[in-house]
Design a protein around this ligand. Structure first.
Ligand code: ATP
Ligand code: MG
Length: 251
């Protein structure tokens, strides 16, 4: 049986907006096995990013449990412990790349290893390896801001991979990219997954469900559907609702 590395159970989350408490996540949960490529999808505002923040240890749930690598992260660790856990076990990619502006591409990529105090030679070697994996080795000495959005996301993926994390988490990594660059980035995520990396990704684009080994559909703070890769229902979903489904549904 596949090894379970993450389990979110009966997650609730409320936010205080002014004097009013609004329930955003209403008992949602899913689990992730080692080697999964899990795609989380659903309409804008349904709580996808909130779920990612909760599983990353950035936002404590109001109720519910997050078990990551066998530990209840909100019981076993304090905030510093959770930050440590992220640094060591998770690679994170957001819609928009964020760079240390004073550092060039390779320095940004090996920055997580700099924080760990690895010798420079080793950092450079590892950084070139991951830059090669994403086809960005020629850009190593450039400033990240000089690169196209697609190239920047490749470098973001390289930076996420460099620590060899147990889990890669990406929140709409193709959100700012044209369709060609998006396909390229998705192919790179798939390639990493094929090599054994576990991936959780949020996307609006149902076209990309084809990359997932498992897909979780959220709506209004709950999970409304879970599909495995060959689920016929999923194919219908991506054909009938092609494109930017989440946003389209909201407007
Ligand atoms: N820190 C916060 N304080 C108050 N409300 C919040 C906070 N974070 C999220 N929300 C609200 O929670 C709801 C869900 O937000 P979330 O960002 O999780 O949605 P999403 O599914 O990721 O949407 P999108 O697809 O547009 O990124 C939204 O209504 C949002 O305004
Ligand atoms: Mg979001």
């Amino acid at each position: 049986m596949a090894e379970q590395i993450l389990k979110l159970t009966e997650i609730h989350k409320s936010f205080n907006l002014g004097t009013q408490e609004t329930q955003i996540i209403k008992g949602a949960g899913f689990s992730v096995n080692k080697g999964d490529f899990l795609i989380l999808f659903g309409p804008s505002g349904c709580g996808k990013s909130t779920m990612l923040n909760i599983l990353l240890g950035l936002e404590p749930p109001t109720k519910g449990e997050v078990i990551f690598l066998g530990k209840n992260i909100y019981d076993a660790f304090d905030e510093d412990g959770r930050a440590q856990m992220r640094k060591q076990q998770v690679g994170i990619i957001y819609q928009q790349s964020n760079w240390v502006k004073s550092l060039n591409v390779i320095e940004n990529v090996y920055f997580p290893l700099t924080l760990r105090g690895l010798p420079e030679e080793e950092r450079e070697k590892r950084a070139m390896e991951v830059l090669k994996m994403v086809g960005m080795e020629q850009g190593a000495l450039q400033n990240p801001a000089e690169l196209s959005s697609g190239q920047q996301q490749r470098v973001s993926l390289a930076r996420a991979l460099i620590s060899d994390p147990a889990l890669i988490v990406a929140d709409e990594p193709t959100g700012n990219l044209d369709s060609k660059a998006s396909e390229d980035i998705m192919a790179l995520f798939k390639q990493s997954n094929d090599k054994g990396k576990t991936v959780i990704m949020v996307t609006h684009d149902l076209e990309y469900l084809k990359f997932a080994s498992r897909s979780v559909n959220m709506a209004d703070g709950v999970v409304v559907g879970e599909y495995s890769a060959n689920d016929e229902r999923l194919k219908k979903l991506s054909v009938s609702k092609r494109g930017n489904i989440g946003r389209a549904e909201k407007s």
